[in-house]
Design a protein around this ligand. Sequence first.
Ligand SMILES: [Zn+2]
Length: 75
Amino acid sequence: MKCVICKHVETVPGITTITLERGGFTSIVKDVPAQICPNCGEDYVAEKITAELLKAAEQMVKSGTLVDIRQYKAA
Ligand SMILES: [Zn+2]
């Protein structure tokens, strides 16, 4: 796909780190598969993966977790 920020460069498959914040809760997920722009570094994570991570974050907020750092594992 083309990067929506630069609009000229094609993204390449790679991995990225995602940070989610919700109220006082912070979740950091490393090694998430994504499309990365080689020009500006913008990362594009599949909607399915984002939804997965948000769902996991909801659970952690409910259980009272404040900070969570993990490595991404495909469901
Ligand atoms: Zn770009």
